[in-house]
Design a protein around this ligand. Sequence first.
Ligand code: DOR
Length: 442
Amino acid sequence: MSASLTDNTQKGTLAIRGGRVIDATGERVADVLIDESGRIVDVGPDLTGDRTLDATGCVVSPGFVDLHVHLRQPGREEAETIETGARGAALGGFTAVVAMPNTDPTMDCASVIRDVLALSRGVACDVFPSAAITVGRKGEALTPMAELVGLGVRMFTDDGDGVQDDRLMRRALEYTVGLAPFSGGAPITLAQHCEVKALAEGGFMHEGAWSSRLGIPGQPAEAEVIMVMRDIALARRTGARVHFQHVSCADSVALVRAAKAHGLPVTAEATPHHFCLTDAACASYDSVFKVHPPLRTDADVAAIRAGLADGTIDAIATDHAPHPQHLKELPFDEAPAGMLGLETALALALTELDLPLAKVLALLSWQPAAIANLDAVHGGAIVAGRPANLAIIDPDVTWVVRGDAMASKSRNTPFEGRTLRGKVRHTVLHGEPVVVDGEPTR
Ligand code: DOR
């Protein structure tokens, strides 16, 4: 047993002692007491339980919610499984993740969604499957959305690809508005990977000065921006909720800002790699820096950071995209795109973003929880009666990123060797410690 968990009973109540509690309602120094059913029963001074989790010097936050992870199961278990991905998520402070549907087979029908739900039982975080908008993510026919909503799906995306056909996207949006009877009234969100294929195809990095210099074919910012523009127009037309995934361009941020100012139901996420890295990283020709959408320019990074600061971008999402080493060692144009993200997101946000801690926690926890409609269980205020899904973080400790020390089955972090500030110390899932002193318990 780890030094921080004093446990004489293996069961019973759990007291998190000595921390500073921060949630959407504010900040206070308080202990948190959790009962055997996994609910918070008290928040205040000098609380004791059958078990104690030491939080001295730490911040107790609602657990983080990642709207965008690739867990690779079914079909690509050599890269990740739901079990290993969930363990990485817990180590990163996430108590809930939304799993992307670009698995093999695609998460586009009830049987695959049921499989993912079954494989997700008992893992180290709650896994909420998204489902594809179109069958096989081929962009041709809509999936049986009502049936999938009936199984609990609340977000649809063809992530990895955008829906190219304007009319099909319009139909999908119209259809989601009518799905409320199947979701018990919960809103359904269409999340878009904005990428116009006709402009992006054949490009392996951002099109600009660096792609010219390196001789790597690029894809222009417009491949993203044009689809953001179209989907804002369609959101206005249909009244449906659109969520923009991994926004990477300054012009996309400006469009989302304007759409929000007009009261349209749009939300957006940004990844740590898009607010930390630029296309200059590709000068190494190391495919660990290959990702979709690609790393952009300094001006784009500045715009993403401004969007995170002013509320245009609602959430930090990792786009955790594990790939096996032998594939990432292929030449830049042949290697698969994608980067690990779950275990470094908090530290990158604390190290690289000049934002108050509470703002970083909002971007990682309660704001994404609201987008995914998970806020009854994740991301809510730390008060009596709420489910105990919590991240206990040390915001000041520094550490060095090592891919081979991660829980992920893959190693493709672009931050290898970087010294970062801020680390998850403990994670509590439905009242049970799933990470204690930085070590997973399941
Ligand atoms: O870089 C990426 N990798 N972007 C995506 O949209 C998909 C992801 C993957 O599945 O590897």
